[in-house]
Design a protein around this ligand. Structure first.
Ligand code: TRP
Length: 344
C-alpha cells in the first residue's frame, strides 16, 4: 500500500436525527424514529431537530409551518424525548446549517447528486420544475449531521444513500482542506423493531404520509375508534396465522401486522406467532387493535395536551436552539478557517 491510511476521527460518539414538519406523523415514524431517538438519548449525547429547511424544498403553507414544527416537537416530547437530555430544536433557528450546506455544495460533485434516487422519486417526470433546494437536499442533510460531528444517525432505510453521500462529503472535505480525521464518517442506524412498518392497505409499500389513502396508516393523532377501525379494515388474506416466520413469506400483509404487533408489544415476531398460530385474522385483529390503542392513545393524548400550550413548546425549542447554536459555533468557525475565509 502506498496510500496513507486516513486518520480516523477520534471525537466522542454523538447521535443526530431529524423529521420534516410536512404532514401528520404515523406509526412508522413513531416506531422507526421517535421510539429509537428516545432510547438513544439515554446512551449518548443526542441532537434531534425539526427539519423545516428541508420541508420547504417543496411548497409549505407559510401560515402553517411554525405550527407543524410545534406538532413534531409535541410528538418528540410525547414519545419520551427529554429536553434535559436531548437537544431539541428547529433547524432554521441555527443558521450554521445553511452556511455549512453552502460550503458543502462546493465540496459535493454533481455526479454524486445525480445518483440520488430520492430526488428522482420526488421530482418525478418534472425534474426541471423542481426546486434547486430539492436537488441539493442531501447536501443540507450532510451539513445537519457534520455540523455537530454526529457519528450515529438513526434513519429509515430510504436515507442510507444520503448517509453515504454524507460520508463522501466528509472524506472529501477532510482531504481537500488538509484536515484528515476532522469530520467523522457517520453511520446510519436503520435496524431495529419497527424499521419496516408497511401500509395497512398494501404490505409491499411503506407506511407513508404521502399515501392518498388515510386508511393505509395509523396517525399519532387518530382517536382510538379510528385506530380500531383502520385495523379492522386492514388488508389481510384468508389463511390462519402460521407457527413460523418462514411460513409468512409471500404474505406481506400478514407479515406486516405481526411485525406491528411485535414492535408495539416489545416482543419478537416469533413470540407473537407462537401466541397466535392457528388463529385467523378475525381473532388477531381485535387484539392488535387493543394493543395499538393502548400504545398510541396516550401518545396522541399527550400531543394534544402539549399542543394546547404552544408557549411551553416554544420554550423547549428556544432553549434547544440556543444549545444547538453553541454546539455548532466551533465547527463553523473552524471550517471557515480551513476554507480560508476573510476574518476567520
Ligand atoms: N431526510 C430525512 C428524512 O426525510 C430528514 C433529515 C434531514 C435528517 N436532515 C437529517 C435525518 C439529518 C437525519 C439526519 O427522513
Amino acid at each position: 500500500m502506498t496510500d496513507q491510511a486516513p486518520v480516523a476521527y477520534s471525537g466522542p460518539e454523538r447521535v443526530l436525527s431529524g423529521v420534516q414538519p410536512s404532514g401528520a406523523l404515523h406509526l412508522g415514524n413513531y416506531l422507526g424514529a421517535l421510539v429509537k431517538f428516545t432510547k438513544l438519548q439515554h446512551e449518548m449525547d443526542t441532537f434531534i431537530f425539526v427539519a423545516d429547511l428541508h420541508a420547504i424544498t417543496v411548497w409549505q403553507e407559510p401560515a402553517r409551518l411554525a405550527d407543524q414544527v410545534r406538532e413534531i416537537t409535541a410528538a418528540y416530547l410525547a414519545s419520551g424525548l427529554d429536553p434535559e437530555k436531548a437537544t431539541i430544536f428547529p433547524q432554521s433557528a441555527v443558521p450554521a446549517h445553511a452556511e455549512l450546506a453552502w460550503i458543502f455544495n462546493c465540496v459535493a460533485r454533481l455526479g454524486w447528486l445525480d445518483r440520488m434516487t430520492q430526488f428522482k422519486e420526488k421530482s418525478g417526470k418534472h425534474k426541471e420544475r423542481s426546486s434547486v433546494g430539492l436537488y441539493t437536499y442531501p447536501v443540507l442533510q450532510a451539513a445537519d449531521i457534520l455540523l455537530y460531528k454526529a457519528t450515529r444517525v438513526p434513519v429509515g432505510d430510504d436515507q442510507r444513500q444520503h448517509l453515504e453521500l454524507t460520508r463522501d462529503i466528509a472524506a472529501k472535505f477532510n482531504h481537500d482542506f488538509g484536515a484528515e480525521g476532522y469530520f467523522p464518517l457517520p453511520e446510519a442506524l436503520t435496524q431495529g423493531p419497527g424499521s419496516r412498518i408497511m401500509s395497512l392497505r398494501d404490505g409491499s409499500a411503506k407506511m407513508s404520509k404521502s399515501d392518498p389513502s388515510d386508511n393505509s396508516r395509523l396517525n399519532l393523532l387518530d382517536e382510538p375508534d379510528l385506530i380500531a377501525q383502520k385495523i379492522r379494515k386492514a388488508k389481510t388474506d384468508p389463511e390462519p396465522l402460521p407457527e413460523t416466520l418462514d411460513e409468512l413469506k409471500g404474505r406481506p400483509e400478514a407479515e406486516n401486522l405481526i411485525g406491528i404487533y411485535a414492535a408495539l408489544d416489545g416482543r419478537s415476531a416469533e413470540q407473537v406467532l407462537a401466541e397466535f398460530a392457528g388463529q385467523g385474522f378475525g381473532a388477531f385483529k381485535p387484539k392488535l387493535a387493543d394493543l395499538a390503542v393502548a400504545r398510541l392513545g396516550p401518545v396522541g393524548d399527550q400531543m394534544r395536551r402539549l399542543m394546547a400550550d404552544p408557549a411551553e413548546i416554544d420554550k423547549v425549542l428556544a432553549r434547544g436552539a440556543e444549545r444547538a447554536r453553541e454546539a455548532a459555533a466551533p465547527t463553523l468557525a473552524e471550517v471557515r478557517r480551513q476554507v480560508g475565509f476573510w476574518g476567520a
